[in-house]
Design a protein around this ligand. Sequence first.
Ligand code: T6T
Length: 326
Amino acid sequence: MNRRTAMAMGAAILALTTAAACSSSKKSSGSGGAKTYNLAFVQGVAGDAFYITMDCGIKAEAAAEGAKVTTQGAQKFDPTLQTPVLQSVIATKPDAILIAPTDVSAMQAPIAQAKSQGIKIVLVDTTLNDPSVAVSAISSDNLGGGKAAFEAIKKLAPGGGKVLGVGVQPGISTTDARDKGFADAAKADSKYQYLGVQYSQNDPAKAASIVSAALQKNPDIVGIFASNLFSAEGTATGIRQAGKQASVKVVGFDAGPDQIKALQDGTVQALIAQQPATIGKDGVQQAIKALKGEPTTPKIGTGFTIITKDNLTSAEGKAAAYKAAC
Ligand code: T6T
């Protein structure tokens, strides 16, 4: 497959450029009277290479701005676990919180509570039903990413056939949008039969068993789209267990170390890598602008890179891979 880089739309790029251009040249040094801002990052889940890479972007930008950052995340991608994490962060009275809400509705009130205490909110990656609680919301073009995943499967399996989605759980803005983008594109192409999406609850073992069962029921599946890192990890396991590497084309969102390995060994054919470090960097810039009373950008879109075996070892492919540590 040819090397392809898909970027989010012009407006998004413009927004990014604006955010970068507006990066303050006046740093808060913490000395000489300038305020040192205390920022907190609440991840969607701990131990996820996507949020680890975002954290690296946040820490680098915060250091450049002379701000301090603390990072916390629950052990599962679950609003009932994220809420107490957020509440403990609120109790430390940070100036701003960057958060990836784990559910569009369940996290609305806990985040509103933070805002009501005068804390500036920036939504990073995922969003809420009502994002107006935040000074800025920064994310990939997830709908476009799902559509791009179907286009990738089309190139890999041009003859058409059955395609399946392996999702995470309903209520997550990002993965819901990716699933929709993929489903809409698949349904619009009469050569393909869309088998629907099944949810892994962000558990690779569950994703693997979904894939095993689906391949038993429909041995002629030609393509699978896994809409995040852990679903993709489990999908690759399911494909290996079924010995279907040669006949089923897999496209996964995200580019963690395990996914890069699956691409190298030929279990997965394409990865849609987001730009988590850029999301984090933009998030810090927006938080600091809000704290300084400067105008912020309500919605910022970031791009993605499609990684295949062809560009994996190129500078572009290497730069797009997520980090396991900063
Ligand atoms: O795909 C990312 C993130 O964008 C999504 O909101 C949740 O899952 C990940 O963190 C990957 O595990």
